[in-house]
Design a protein around this ligand. Sequence first.
Ligand code: XMP
Length: 317
Amino acid sequence: MQDPAAFEKEALANLRQQLPAPHRAVVAASGGIDSTVAAVLAQRALGDRARAVFVDTGLLRAGEVERTEALLSSVGVELHVLKGAERFFSVLRGVSDPEEKRRRIGATFVRLFEEEAGRVGASHLVQGTIAPDWIESGGSLRDTIKTHHNVGGLPKDLKLSVVEPLRDLYKDEVRQVARHLGIPQWERQPFPGPGLAVRVVGEVTPERVELARVACAEVEAEIDQAVHEGRLARPWQYFATLLPIRTVGVEGDVRTYGLAASVRVVESTDAMTATAMALPPEIARRIAERITRASHGGITRVLLDLTDKPPATIEWE
Ligand code: XMP
């Protein structure tokens, strides 16, 4: 990449060229750094012809809608939140296959964006796809590893023209551009587009997603605290995955029968490979305690996943 200022100039010129007035765009915002950079560029290039849209899928982490609204508003982008939870849970009913989940979630995302575009008269969709997204989605590798929904899941009959101002950038370059644009650099771990749906192994239901949400929040809280107190270097990703396994537990002298969850903490630089972290035992034990307590009997057993990528992937699905 040239320097960030030159990149911005070129990106704004390209956006204006691809979207001459009176064309309008909806901008897919997720709260992640890539889409936030894309939203700021679209806003600077197109002003109110760009409408930043955030989909509340019902598959998000605790507090994510509020955090995203606050972030975008801090960089001068007004965020429009679409409430989609019922739609997503309904298309996911009965589906266990990970790629089918991604496909349906991707298709539902796109339909919601198309509907929103129809309402505001937009012809284009701006999204923050970066180079590794399309490389891992089969753009240049022979075999598709996972169809990351923001690329592989786009339907052929998409009614919007897709604009991807960051598609040639790698993550460190996006960070440089973000810094240049005045976007606050926050220490955030990556979160998959299909959200907690790929952290619930097997069928996705609102109850299971809620358990995954609670478990992920406990992992984050414990690890963030350890990082804050200097007991741990910040890992690349740290989360829990709900497993479709019932397991016997005991509470007082009463038998319980909840689900199992796996905790995964990995180090990586680009997500293409990753090393599983064996946590300090006291942190691992605290996480197990926190998850079982916070899930109120929903999760009765917590496992620590020590598999590197490869052979495993970072997410379970
Ligand atoms: P995997 O599981 O493929 O993950 O080793 C690599 C990185 O990508 C994230 N991930 C996704 N991101 N859509 C996304 O936008 C997806 O479908 C998806 N699946 C995995 C994962 O969290 C990790 O950072």
